[in-house]
Design a protein around this ligand. Structure first.
Ligand SMILES: NC(=O)c1ccc[n+]([C@@H]2O[C@H](COP(=O)([O-])OP(=O)(O)OC[C@H]3O[C@@H](n4cnc5c(N)ncnc54)[C@H](O)[C@@H]3O)[C@@H](O)[C@H]2O)c1
Ligand SMILES: O=C(O)C[C@H](O)C(=O)O
Ligand SMILES: [Mg+2]
Length: 472
């Protein structure tokens, strides 16, 4: 039996002998096994044979397999084909490159190609800044990964990272009209990665680093920020931190707690965990306790990972030690940026009243919302299929839109804080509640607000090289 690896949607092509069965009986049979038929396509009908494609969704992993295995119990029904909607969406990849104008004759060809293209090349040779006005550079971002920390799946390599990077490119285009292209590098050597990204930079207006594990990601980003004159932004660090900050500010309003008085547990002290801790410290959180595989990080210990020593010296003022479970006792906020399924209900039950739980590991959160929704003040995950999606998708499209439009040389702290405030301002006090602390990525107000706030921050901090017309 083909496993759907936790998939919750399938298309079954069923051939039915209408003299032996009725469609209603088939639908009821599927419904009794947890299947919700969300679409029916009639493929073929004849005297006593009907062929239909049934699109079925389920709420729990494993239910699809059970439905498929039980089809033979249905009289007069033959299972012709099984297709997985998600895999169908990925057939041949999810993005394409398309020309802006058609090439209809030799005159067009002579302009977009040789000989006339040479005049444009020479104009850019004379003045390299013209690459912004005469090539795709001004609106194009490279989404670069080495596949070393893809979602929470770990080091799955560059080929397996492509579907995520193609997805990021789709979201850049859909939400902010940024042309983004996935570049998955078949190396995890820091020097080679830096060399490769510098080598491809001429065709891009910005670099979005993605799913590169810590601590290498810090050196890679830092050196590229200094060696390139275009924005270099590690999304797992800064995109996440921006959205996390906006979400926490909002969640604290729901549970009526103040940021200076809460104890925050951050689980997973890697790229995202460190960046999120930094923005929370800057925002006034006084007690952060970091937890990683070796338990609570404390200044009383020396770690091989240099970032952990930096982190331990700036957090955990009470010098706690022990396990995640021990860190959770009495904590007001849990921020998970680690791995799926590592938090238990009893850990959440041991937290302070009205706890805030942001279980942000993907694709499986540290704890599933349904396990604790009766004992939390606010619950959030990084996933698209639960309320309160705290995911960097709310940041990277808008912040790059702004950076490209003002041709910023970098995305600095002020621009990131402006982005966070724009997200937070996209929800009114009247709208906000425990199930709605962060706007949906489909909320078109967010990118507009963010673009405006981030451009203003770039202009105010002198990193913009172009003043868009509406700001002149
Ligand atoms: N929701 C979002 O927008 C968002 C954004 C970035 C990352 N994430 C998720 O956060 C996780 C980490 O991403 P990253 O880019 O920081 O990766 P990373 O590899 O840089 O860091 C992961 C950290 O988690 C630690 N960890 C792993 N298993 C653990 C466990 N059982 N207990 C404690 N610590 C553990 C690792 O040791 C490492 O320090 C992934 O699941 C990723 O999908 C979510
Ligand atoms: O890819 C995502 O959904 C968010 C984030 O970049 C992650 O690595 O989990
Ligand atoms: Mg990521």
């Amino acid at each position: 039996m083909k496993s759907f690896m936790g998939g919750k949607s399938v298309i079954l092509r069923l051939e039915m002998d209408t003299e032996k069965t009725k469609f209603g009986e088939v639908a009821a049979f599927i419904g009794q096994r947890g299947g919700d038929i969300v679409a029916i396509d009639v493929i073929q009908t004849s005297k006593n044979i009907t062929v239909r494609d049934l699109t079925i969704t389920v709420s729990e992993s494993g239910q699809i397999e059970k439905i498929i295995e039980s089809i033979p119990q249905l009289p007069g029904v033959k299972l012709v084909n099984i297709s997985d909607r998600t895999f169908l969406l990925h057939l041949g990849g999810k993005i394409s490159v398309s020309p802006k104008t058609p090439i209809q004759n030799r005159d067009d060809l002579s302009r977009v190609y040789t000989p006339d293209v040479a005049r444009v090349c020479l104009a850019i040779k004379e003045d390299q800044k013209k690459a912004y006005s005469l090539t795709i550079k001004r609106n194009t971002v490279a989404v670069v990964s080495d596949g070393s920390a893809v979602l929470g799946l770990g080091n799955i390599g560059p080929y397996a990272a492509m579907p995520v990077m193609e997805g990021k490119a789709m979201l850049f285009k859909q939400f902010a009209d940024v042309d983004a292209f996935p570049i998955c590098l078949d190396t995890q050597d820091t020097e080679e990665i830096i060399r490769s990204i510098k080598a491809i930079a001429p065709g891009f207006g910005g670099i979005n680093l993605e799913d590169i594990s810590s601590p290498r990601c810090f050196e890679i980003e830092e050196r590229l920020r200094h060696e390139l004159d275009i924005p270099v932004f590690h999304d797992d660090q800064h995109g996440t931190a921006v959205v996390l900050y906006a979400g926490l500010i909002s969640a604290l309003k729901v549970v009526n707690k103040s940021i200076g008085n809460v104890r925050v547990v951050v689980c997973g002290i890697g790229a995202a965990g460190i960046a999120c801790s930094k923005i929370l410290m800057a925002a006034g959180v006084k007690e952060i306790v970091g937890v990683d595989r070796e338990g609570i990080l404390t200044a009383d210990r020396e770690y091989e990972n240099p970032m952990w020593n930096w982190y331990a010296s700036r957090t955990n003022p009470g010098r706690k030690s022990g396990t995640l479970q021990e860190a959770m006792v009495g904590a007001d906020v849990f921020i998970g940026l680690s791995a799926g399924g590592i938090l238990k209900r009893e850990d959440v039950a041991s937290m302070a009243s009205d706890p805030i739980v942001f279980a942000m590991a993907n694709p499986t959160p540290e704890i599933m919302p349904q396990e604790v929704e009766d004992i939390v003040g606010v619950m959030a995950t990084g996933r698209s299929d639960f309320p309160n999606q705290i995911n960097n998708v709310l940041c990277f499209p808008g912040i790059f839109r702004a950076a490209l439009d003002c041709r910023a040389t970098e995305i600095n702290e002020e621009m990131k804080l402006a982005a966070a405030e724009a997200i937070a301002d996209s929800i009114s006090d009247e709208e906000r509640d425990r199930f709605y602390i962060i706007p949906s990525p489909f909320n078109t107000k967010v990118v507009k607000k963010m673009r405006d706030a981030v451009i203003k921050a770039a202009l105010a901090t002198n990193v913009a090289r172009r003043v868009p017309r509406e700001y002149r």
